[in-house]
Structure formats: structure tokens, C-alpha cells
Design a protein around this ligand. Structure first.
Ligand code: SAH
Ligand code: MG
Length: 211
């Protein structure tokens, strides 16, 4: 069977107007929000998992955190963004959607902020979607904040196709990022404390269940 991407995309239901506006904004301003099919898949997995607390690394303009909050109507989300302008935009969108009670935006570099800003909170799910090539650092810093049985989701393992090229065809300045992403994937797939599967949907997602 051969189903085209366009056919599949047409089957995805339209989002509410604020999300359509954010998708348009992201497209025009080259903000790498989650691809539609990857987003739908993540939301479906989250519906199965039913986390009540989620930590997101990489808010951008708030698209994925708001989509998660709309899908999981009881969940609260903490999301971290280092780009002040993007974080400001995210806060505006979040208020417009009246989600400010359930989504907390922390402005700062996730690798530098003191983890005390998270309080003594633990999370049922962690979504890693920040700087590509640094996922191992994010994972090691934030995994202690995950409940046993919790799930860590990581986006962009395919790096827009870069990940699948022979290294000689990857632009030099991107090789370290690609290598890091590959090493992270290998490390995590072999990690004794996590049961991990790779989903080649959207830009490639890893789903790791903490044992
Ligand atoms: N999750 C968003 C997209 C995030 S794009 C969505 O799907 O809607 C990645 C974002 O991560 C960018 O906005 C970038 O500024 C941010 N980022 C990258 N490295 C970071 C870090 N170390 N700490 C916090 N944010 C970071
Ligand atoms: Mg992403």
C-alpha cells in the first residue's frame, strides 16, 4: 500500500483558529514547531499514558505545550525556553487560550538554570525538544525529575533527513550535531533503566519508559 503524505495530512482534522494562526506564524518565521503528524502521534501516545504533569524543554512559541494542554485537559505543564522573545510570544498565546493556569513558562537555558526552579516537583512525562545535539545533557539533567514508570519523549532524531545521510554528505558544521544525536540514540536504546522505541514519524521520535 502506498499512502501519500498529502493524503494523510488531509485526514488530520483542522485545529482551532489559534493553532492554525500559530502554525502560520511558525511557517513564516521559520520556527521549528513540531510537524503535524509527529504532533498527532505524540498526542495520541500521551492520551494513552495520561500524564498529569509534563515537563517540556524547548517551548518556542508555545505550540506543542498548548496542544498537549488542550488534549490532556487535566494536565499541568512546565516548559523551559531560553529565547526571551519566543518565550514572550508563547506567554501571549497561552494567555489568549486561557491556559496560563496550566502552562508555566520558565525563561532560561535549560542546561544552566538551577533545577531548584522546578521545586521538588516530579513529572509523569518529559518532552525534550530543545537544542539538537545536546539531548544527552538534557536527559541526564532532567531524568531525575521523572517518576518511575514515567515516559521521556524526544523529538527530531531524524534532523530533517540529515540523520539518514552518509556523514560525508552532511555539511561539515552540522556533523557534530548529527554525531551527537546518533550517539544519544544508541546510548538511550541501550540504557538499562529505560525501555526505548524509535518512531520514524514526523521528524523522528524516541519514546523511553522508565523502568
Ligand atoms: N516544542 C516546540 C518547538 C521547540 S523548537 C513546539 O513543537 O512547538 C526548539 C526551541 O528550543 C527553540 O525555541 C530554542 O530557543 C529552544 N532551546 C534550545 N536550546 C535550549 C536550551 N538549552 N534551553 C532552553 N531552550 C532551548
Ligand atoms: Mg521538534
Amino acid at each position: 500500500m502506498n499512502i501519500s503524505d498529502d493524503f494523510l495530512k488531509d485526514l488530520i482534522k483542522p485545529r482551532s483558529s489559534i493553532f492554525m494562526e500559530m502554525e502560520q506564524y511558525a511557517k513564516e518565521n521559520h520556527v521549528p514547531i513540531m510537524q503535524l503528524m509527529g504532533m498527532e502521534s505524540l498526542l495520541q501516545l500521551l492520551s494513552l499514558q495520561k500524564p498529569s504533569t509534563i515537563l517540556e524543554l524547548g517551548t518556542a512559541i508555545g505550540y506543542s505545550s498548548m496542544r498537549m494542554a488542550m488534549k490532556l485537559v487535566e494536565a499541568t505543564i512546565v516548559t523551559i525556553e531560553r529565547d526571551e522573545q519566543k518565550a514572550e510570544l508563547a506567554k501571549n498565546y497561552i494567555e489568549r487560550a486561557n491556559l496560563q493556569q496550566r502552562i508555566q513558562v520558565i525563561v532560561g537555558d535549560a542546561l544552566e538554570i538551577s533545577s531548584e526552579s522546578l521545586g521538588s516537583k516530579k513529572f509523569d512525562a518529559i518532552f525534550i525538544d530543545a537544542a539538537k545535539g545536546q539531548y544527552k545533557n538534557f536527559f541526564e539533567k532532567y531524568a531525575p525529575f521523572l517518576h518511575d514508570g514515567g515516559v521521556i519523549y524526544c523529538d527530531n532524531l531524524l534532523l530533517n533527513g540529515l540523520s539518514e545521510l552518509p556523514m560525508s554528505e552532511v555539511p561539515r558544521r552540522k556533523r557534530t550535531m548529527v554525531r551527537n544525536q546518533h550517539q544519544f540514540m544508541e546510548w538511550l536504546m541501550n540504557h538499562p533503566d529505560y525501555d526505548t522505541a524509535f518512531f520514524p514519524v514526523g521528524d523522528g521520535m524516541l519514546v523511553s519508559i522508565k523502568r
